[in-house]
Design a protein around this ligand. Structure first.
Ligand code: PMP
Length: 307
């Protein structure tokens, strides 16, 4: 079923619209030029009820993205927070995905967006396992992409900006067409950046390494894993990593709101470690799921209950 053919409620510009009525005009500026930003946020049902994971961190990043793009969001953090919580409730969801979206209106086209209306929507929907049902347990196979993550002077890499996903989609599509599950993009200098919609971590000799966040998105799952690695006693260090580091890793994994913590078991047709998800990856993954389901009291402040 198309997204537009579902039923439910969508929050758009401060009002609740029937799901099928939340449409935009062909003249919408962002449809033409891609200037806008968004978030992807998950909500999980746990033993003590349903809760949105790290909602305010996601909304803070949305504000940062808008600032980098020179867009002023015409709603407060509190209003967007309430819209996200209410979007889950109104649509009767206890688990799912929230998509706040900031885009420019249809007053006119052209490269000067001054004075265009800034529109904001929040959509809530069910969302399964991003890379398939088996990905979390068996891991995924990745291809180092021929596409590079954008140079920071060509694109505001810290923004979760709509236009940047053109490159991400080209990389993901290339990887799938070549028989892989997902891509890993290098930066324009050849160092490991991230996946199309995921940050990447390497485990080597008991240490957890990640690319310096110069061009990768500053992922909220990534920051969550810093805390969980500390809980479990594993040091995390940022380094300049090459494609060789991916192949020579003991363990490798993706993380992100959509992929959660997904092991990577093969890079460019070479097995990573013994070709199965490694113990540190599995330990982090299981603590991550315990946290999102409200089973780790020390991190209960990451959760926003919705009922
Ligand atoms: N990198 C990119 C390009 C992404 O789109 C995402 C998903 N938002 C991530 C990394 C992971 O970020 P997060 O953990 O905040 O979802």
């Amino acid at each position: 079923m198309k997204l537009s053919e579902r039923d439910g409620w969508i929050w758009l510009d401060g009002e609740w619209l029937r799901w099928r009525d939340a449409t935009v005009h062909l003249g919408t500026h962002t449809l033409h030029y891609g200037l806008g930003c968004f978030e992807g946020i998950r909500c999980y049902a746990g033993a003590d009820g349903a809760a949105i994971f790290r909602l305010d961190e996601h909304l803070a990043r949305l504000e940062g993205s808008a600032r980098l793009l020179g867009i002023e969001i015409p709603f407060s953090r509190a209003a967007l927070h309430e819209a996200c919580v209410e979007a889950m409730r109104r649509n009767g969801l206890t688990e799912g995905y929230l998509r706040p979206l900031v885009f420019l209106g249809d007053e006119r086209l052209g490269m000067d967006p001054a004075g265009l209306s800034v529109r904001v929507g929040v959509m809530a929907m069910p969302w399964g396992r991003y890379l398939g049902a088996d990905a979390l347990t068996h891991g995924v196979r990745v291809k180092v992409s021929t596409w590079a993550r954008q140079h920071p002077n060509a694109y505001p890499c810290r923004a979760k900006a709509i236009g940047g996903y053109t490159t991400a989609i080209l990389a993901a599509r290339e990887a799938r067409a070549d028989g892989y599950d997902e891509a890993v993009l290098l930066d324009t200098e050849g160092f490991v950046a991230e996946g199309p919609g995921e940050n990447v971590f390497i485990v080597r000799g008991g240490e957890i390494l990640e690319p310096e966040v110069t061009v990768a998105l500053d992922g909220i799952t990534r920051r969550t894993l810093h805390a969980l690695a500390a809980d479990l006693g594993y040091p995390v260090r940022a380094a300049r990593l090459t494609r060789d580091d991916l192949v020579l890793a003991d363990e490798l994994f993706f993380c992100g709101t959509a992929v959660e913590v997904t092991p990577i078991v093969e890079v460019d047709r070479r097995r990573v470690g013994d070709g199965t998800p490694g113990p540190i990856t599995r330990a982090l993954q299981s603590r991550y799921f315990a946290c999102v389901k409200g089973e780790v009291p020390a991190h209960a402040d990451w959760l926003t209950p919705i009922r």
